[in-house]
Design a protein around this ligand. Structure first.
Ligand code: URA
Length: 194
């Protein structure tokens, strides 16, 4: 059980966390945990899967190739990155970018839940299939869960928060059609701008 008053408390707890083996990799590789970045009162929260190499080297979420696509998509719909909050399901990089393990998600998820509780976004945009599955399950939307090709760009609502599954920006790095799909889906976010 995490007991935090604010996002700084959560950051401290993540820095000290050694509840799974990813901490060993963090220390051995001189990686940083990637806590999250952005506006603490954001209406829009993006949740990716886990830090990649660039993110683990800097501690900044989505700062590599996927991040450049995310920035481009935000710019396309006139939203500033500093107005949203960006984080991941896992705060530490899994080795060789492998999928997160269930035990890692279990120990890391309380941090994310606290971030959501404190920030109180109006909409949570899951980035990619993995984040979509975890978040929809957490919000009791398992019955609505389907393949990302069917439910991307579709808003769900639970406890006053909208959940919007989106493709992971990485899919658009080499695929222009996917970028168009992402651009269409990002238009939905315009209504959440302050
Ligand atoms: N991919 C993710 O899911 N998260 C990041 O922070 C970077 C790439």
């Amino acid at each position: 059980m995490i007991n935090s008053k604010n996002l700084k408390d959560i950051k401290d707890q993540i820095l000290n966390c050694d509840k799974c083996s990813l901490r060993k990799l963090r220390d051995e590789s001189k990686y940083f945990p990637v806590v999250g970045q952005g506006n603490h009162n954001a209406e829009i929260m993006f949740i990716g899967e886990a830090p990649g190499l660039n993110e683990a080297k800097t501690g900044i979420p989505f700062c590599g190739a996927s991040g450049r696509i995310l920035d481009e998509l935000l710019k396309y719909v006139g939203i500033k990155r500093e107005d949203v909050y960006v984080t991941n399901i896992l705060k530490d990089r899994p080795p060789d970018n492998r999928d997160p393990e269930a035990s890692e998600i279990e120990v890391c998820l309380p941090y994310l839940k606290e971030q959501i509780r404190i920030i109180k976004p109006k909409v949570i945009c899951t980035l990619g299939r993995y984040s979509m599955g975890v978040i929809m399950q957490q919000f009791g939307l398992t019955a609505e869960l389907d393949s990302i090709s069917k439910i991307h760009g579709k808003e769900f609502e639970k406890d006053g928060i909208k959940i919007l599954p989106l493709y992971h920006p990485a899919v658009a790095v080499y695929n222009g059609n996917m970028k168009e799909t992402l651009k269409t889906d990002f238009q939905i976010l315009k209504k959440y701008q302050k």
